[in-house]
Design a binder for this molecule. Structure first.
Ligand code: AMP
Ligand code: GLY
Length: 424
């Protein structure tokens, strides 16, 4: 079949790389893609938020499966528009994507389904939010309700910080509409992990798990980012823990969504806090993680396209997943300044040498160029995801940094300690 991937990040490059290996694949397309995806797929100049444009492209190229990478188009209803045209799609409809698109929706659903998560209250009045925070005390967590590009969450260690976060979201409108309503919740302590499950309605199957590194700098210092590196599997998720997460978090959520006539189809990404009393949910995402996907897919032995297609068509029960007995680790290379302002257009060299490193692959995220006689340029915040693999996290880390060290890019930076927790 022909496949169309939606998105332009490292996650989508990793999806393209894995789908490309499938025997069932005829032609691979990506909209809009990046300079790395260009080598694997035909990139179409259609933006991720151009719903009619994507539907037209899917018809024109006789697409048998659309795989939606980012949350924006899911929340905007891209999957609905494709399903209306009977085009198979991996990714939830707009109503089910609210699980990521509205933190309030997510918390209410968890409460009704009995999913373990932080205690919370929703507010649309800044005054009431302030009074609640005063009553509860710090530490406490303030979250903009809607999508805020990963910036809407403040883990406030003092009352003052919490009050500032309420003002920013509800008075200064820093997040626009997304912050008009906030969720204030209990602070949870523990170790974080990213857990992925395939879901087709009320059926669900564990896919994989990983650990991300959200802070910009070594030692988990600096501002929060979309993710500066990841490794998989997550040592903290034992077999037992995986079963508990499926039983207590994934299945009840899938069932509750199906019962509310918003069946979820795609990958349910649970951001977990593994606490002393067991796994508790921090947040749900309605899509694969970035950069977790770049550390997960190199471990997959089975045919990814087959698994995604069967999920999309309601035949998840026929999927069997096999994984290599290896660890993989992805180091993100970002433009200096990220997650704040950064420059575009700097030239990246050494990509050929990096590609020649054994047990490693370079995924592109924010890149451009690379045509005949053209150089590869940085064109985003997170620019490359360099993944290595091996028998252990240490070996995977060795291969990843070996490849990173071949890349000549003065305007870029990366963390040098990805994987520290697994190695400690
Ligand atoms: P999110 O954007 O929802 O992924 O939140 C960003 C980060 O904030 C998470 O990765 C956690 O480190 C932290 N966080 C969110 N909610 C809580 C909570 N209730 N307790 C402690 N940390 C939290
Ligand atoms: N790396 C976290 C995310 O994709 O949201």
């Amino acid at each position: 079949m022909n496949v169309l991937i939606i998105g332009s990040g490292g996650r989508e490059h990793a999806l393209a790389w894995a789908i490309k290996k499938s025997h069932a694949l005829e032609k691979l397309y990506c909209a809009p893609g990046n300079a790395g995806i260009e080598n694997l797929a035909t990139c179409l100049p259609v933006a991720v938020d151009d719903i009619p444009g994507i539907v037209d492209a899917a018809k024109k190229h006789q697409i048998g499966l659309v795989v939606i990478g980012p949350e924006g188009p899911l929340v905007a209803g891209l999957a609905d528009a494709l399903r209306d045209e009977d085009i198979p799609v991996f990714g939830p409809n707009k109503n089910a994507a609210q699980i990521e698109g509205s933190k309030g929706f997510m918390k209410d659903l968890c409460a009704s389904a009995g999913v373990p998560t932080a205690k919370y209250k929703r507010f649309t009045s800044a005054e009431e939010a302030r009074a609640y925070v005063k009553q509860k005390g710090a530490p406490i967590v303030v979250k903009a309700d809607g999508l805020a590009a990963g910036k809407g969450v403040t883990v406030a260690m003092t009352l003052d910080e919490a009050m500032k976060a309420i003002d920013q979201a509800m008075v200064e409108d820093v997040f626009g509409e997304a912050g008009k309503s906030v969720v204030i919740e209990e602070y949870m302590e523990g170790e974080e992990a990213s857990f992925f499950a395939l879901v087709d309605g009320d059926g669900a199957m564990a896919f994989a798990h990983a650990q991300d590194h959200k802070r910009a700098f070594d030692g988990d210092q600096g501002p929060n980012t979309g993710g500066m590196g990841a490794y998989s599997p997550a040592p903290i998720i034992s077999r037992d823990m995986q079963e508990r997460v499926m039983r207590d978090i994934i299945f009840p959520t899938a069932r509750a969504l199906a019962a509310a006539e918003m069946p979820f189809n795609g990958v349910l990404f649970a951001g977990l806090m593994i606490t002393k009393t067991g796994p508790r949910l921090i947040e749900f995402n309605a899509r694969f993680g970035d950069p977790e996907t770049q550390a997960i897919l190199p471990r997959l032995q089975s045919d990814l396209l087959d698994a995604l297609y069967k999920t999309a068509t309601g035949e998840l029960r026929r999927v069997k997943l096999e994984w290599k007995n290896e660890a993989a680790l992805c180091v993100v290379m970002a433009a200096k300044g990220y997650p704040g302002a950064y420059e575009k257009g700097s030239v990246i060299k050494g990509l050929q040498d990096a590609a020649a490193v054994p047990n490693a692959v370079v995924f592109h995220a924010g890149t451009r160029g690379g045509g005949p006689g053209e150089e590869i340029q940085a064109w985003g915040g997170r620019v490359l995801g360099v993944t290595g693999w091996g028998k252990t996290v240490k070996e995977a880390q060795h291969h990843a940094y070996w490849a990173v060290d071949q890349i000549e890019w003065e305007q870029g930076f990366c963390r040098r300690d990805i994987g520290w927790r697994a190695l400690a």
